[in-house]
Design a protein around this ligand. Structure first.
Ligand code: MN
Length: 416
């Protein structure tokens, strides 16, 4: 059975597409790793959003002509040799059933079918969802080369991009998406508890990263949403620390920024913990300043608010507390202390797509204020994911310990 959310997304998109148009989306191709191996296939997110299908080498075509819509899915012809090694491939009936389209066609008939469609109608637009990071790189992305070929073969048609339209649709999550995101956050919570359970003096960051991975797998998440940051001591000042190979020491903080992926949806959570189980006085002061900043951001989140403004909200609140404590001398210092954005959308991408404008119900955003103080030898980041509701926001990651008291109490119970 096709996922009804996916069918309704295509209907909503079709209603916004221009008449007399052909619009193409590509699942993408596996990337070669070694002579006889590919990297695990990672489906194009816009394609997945509109089809619910994660097999490679598929093309979704939306046709809008004289006010009528039709939907085509092109896919690989089943090959007995491939099936011998990798299992049964879907046939036309399977594809129509799974994706909910009326027309399914083998890829080797793509050119013939497009030619037939074009010869029958008076089309005006060719719309593509180019690979977003490298729209001109046809060598890396064969689907981009296909777009160029179609464009060159039909110079009378106006070529354009459909990406922004779909990206902006993706900002508002439907029930099915929110359910996946709740699950991703809950599994991330399990992973964070696994880290807390094994964090102690002498442990390597790598071991804690592995505890997180293990907890994800055991709780049904096949993948991480992004490479984990597990940063002890001074590494906590490196915003995208990736080495994860240093030893933790009592007295240090451990900053983790990580997330599970569930049903292709991401969670994105950060916490900062004391390795010894107790924050030092200055760590506590900075930590509580960042937490205060996050509380202010959470209170700010509501429909109609500009998402980009959370950075100023956080800087003001954290700055106020750090000034009070004599840790900074001037509010201007906050540009250095908190140099990164505080909110981004989360969804099928960890840093999810779409124009960053005013918040609206159904958006999911991060709140990730931090304070990075190399002069004190540590940084703090606290990040949670929030769902924008009709009149405010709902914290999705409420069950992960966050206040100094909650964290120290959990660690004290762990080490009686
Ligand atoms: Mn984030």
């Amino acid at each position: 059975m096709a996922n009804p959310s996916v069918v309704s997304r295509r209907q909503r998109l079709l209603s916004q597409l221009p008449d007399q148009s052909l619009t193409f989306f590509f699942a993408g191709n596996p990337k070669q790793k070694t002579a006889d191996q590919d990297y695990p296939f990672c489906v194009d997110r816009n394609f997945y959003y509109l089809t619910g299908s994660d097999r490679p080498r598929q093309i979704l075509l939306l046709v809008k002509q004289d006010g009528n819509a039709s939907e085509w899915l092109f896919f690989e012809r089943p090959d007995p040799h491939e099936e011998l090694y990798y299992g049964k491939m879907p046939d036309k009936a399977d594809i129509m059933e799974a994706v909910g389209v009326r027309q399914a066609e083998y890829l080797d008939r793509f050119d013939w079918q497009i030619g037939r469609l074009l010869s029958r109608g008076s089309f005006e637009h060719l719309l593509f969802d180019f690979h977003q990071r490298e729209p001109d790189s046809s060598t890396v992305h064969p689907e981009n080369a296909m777009c160029r070929r179609l464009q060159n073969a039909n110079p009378a048609l106006r070529a354009g991009s459909v990406s922004r339209l779909v990206n902006n649709m993706r900002r508002i999550k439907d029930e099915q998406e929110i359910a996946c995101m709740r699950r991703a956050v809950d599994i991330t919570a399990c992973g964070i508890y696994a880290i807390l359970d094994h964090m102690r003096d002498g442990v390597n960051e790598m071991e804690l990263a592995a505890r997180f991975d293990f907890a994800l797998t055991m709780n049904g998440a096949r993948n991480k949403a992004f490479e984990s940051i597990v940063a002890g001591g001074a590494n906590s000042n490196v915003l995208h620390y990736a080495r994860n190979d240093q030893t933790l020491h009592d007295g240090d903080v451990l900053l983790v920024d990580l997330g599970a992926e569930y049903g292709y949806y991401a969670a994105d959570i950060s916490r900062t913990f004391p390795v010894s189980g107790r924050f030092s006085q200055v760590q506590k002061t900075v930590y509580n300043a960042v937490l205060y900043g996050q509380q202010k951001v959470f209170a700010f989140l509501a429909p109609g608010k500009p998402v980009e403004e959370t950075l100023e909200v956080a800087r003001r609140a954290i700055g106020e507390k750090l000034l009070e404590a004599g840790i900074i001398r001037d509010m201007e210092d906050m540009k250095r202390v908190l140099p990164h954005g505080v909110s981004h959308y989360v969804g099928l991408d960890c840093h999810d797509v779409g124009d960053r404008e005013l918040l609206a119900p159904g958006m999911v955003v991060t709140m990730e204020p931090g304070a990075y103080l190399p002069e004190l030898g540590f940084g703090v980041r606290i990040e949670d994911d929030a769902l924008i509701t009709e009149n405010g926001a709902e914290l999705l990651s409420a069950r992960i310990p966050k206040t100094v008291e909650e964290i120290e109490a959990y660690l004290a119970r762990r080490n009686p």
